[in-house]
Design a protein around this ligand. Structure first.
Ligand SMILES: Nc1ncnc2c1ncn2[C@@H]1O[C@H](COP(=O)(O)OP(=O)(O)OP(=O)(O)O)[C@@H](O)[C@H]1O
Length: 268
């Protein structure tokens, strides 16, 4: 039931393991900290991790009043729905494309989202048929691409941008994750996954570099604890970067809405 949702933002990465779920959870929480009503849909059906990132206890099941639709789970004030709530946690997801896309559609449509300004979708990694079908099935307002500065990740991120362009979903920008690591002992900084990749790709595709996140212990640690930084370490550098990314995303969406003109509402 997406009529309760103003804007859907897909968070995607070409390559797996670049921090897409971490960025989704923290960006969603940063957006909520701006006073927006926010939901997260974990569509990473092969490795759903949002429940853990919001410290939702294992075996939590969403409530269904009518036996047809589900209420999202309240996670630190956000509305959360995940494939993980509907299947046993040990069940491996070996579904084929059409089944996966069907399950995604069901998850989206049968959740009773309550008045959301933003619904962030944590997409499965990759740019295959599943992702394409998903992007086509939903009216996505914009996409955020997550990548590390590593060449191999950038190559996949480009495929991601091209995929969204193919289905006419505006790419809001690129988040470069794991940019720089600073040693907590000596303070020395090192670009473990390379440098400048996010900037190059943003330039090449005329999109924005929304932010560069360090490879940092507190990001990993707080996510393992299920405590996004906006609530656990709101004064940290990483929390400030997520707040800035949320600000830019919100700004772009508002600009898009303004360009489309005012909403016309029909009276009785
Ligand atoms: N900036 C960061 N600093 C430190 N650790 C990070 C950072 N970003 C992500 N991680 C850690 O890297 C691992 C992978 O992150 P995450 O699960 O968010 O990636 P993903 O792209 O969603 O992966 P998948 O492809 O499995 O969906 C996690 O253990 C996470 O805590």
């Amino acid at each position: 039931m997406t009529d309760g949702v103003k804007h859907i933002i897909a968070v995607a990465s070409g390559k797996g393991g670049v921090g897409k779920s971490t960025v989704t959870a923290n960006l969603a929480m940063a957006m909520a900290a701006k006073g927006k009503r926010v939901g997260v849909l974990d569509a990473d059906i092969y490795g759903p991790s949002q429940a853990a990132m919001f410290a939702v206890p294992e075996n939590t099941k969403p409530n269904s009043e009518d036996g047809k639709s589900f209420d999202p789970i309240n996670a630190h004030g956000l509305q959360l729905m995940s494939m993980a709530f509907l299947v046993e946690s040990k069940t491996p997801m070996i579904w084929r494309g059409p089944m996966a896309a069907g399950a995604f559609q069901q998850l989206l449509d049968q959740t009773r989202w309550q008045n959301l300004d933003y619904l962030f979708i944590d997409m499965p990694p990759g740019t295959g048929d599943i992702q394409l079908t998903m992007a086509q099935k939903v009216k996505v307002t914009g996409a955020v691409i997550v990548t590390t500065p590593q060449d191999i990740a950038l190559l996949d991120a480009k495929r991601g941008i091209e995929m969204f362009r193919q289905v006419k979903v505006p790419v809001l920008g690129v988040v470069e994750n794991m940019s720089l690591h600073t040693c907590s002992e000596c303070g020395h900084s090192e670009p473990i996954f390379g440098e400048g990749g996010g900037e190059r790709i943003a330039e090449e595709y005329q999109t924005e570099l929304l932010g560069q996140l360090p490879l940092a212990l507190n990001i990993r640690k707080q996510m393992d604890l299920g405590q996004p930084l906006a609530i656990s370490e709101p004064e940290s550098k990483a929390a400030a970067i997520f707040a800035e990314i949320a600000e830019k995303v919100d700004g772009e969406i508002q600009a898009m809405a303004d360009a489309e003109g005012p909403e016309i509402s029909m009276g009785d």
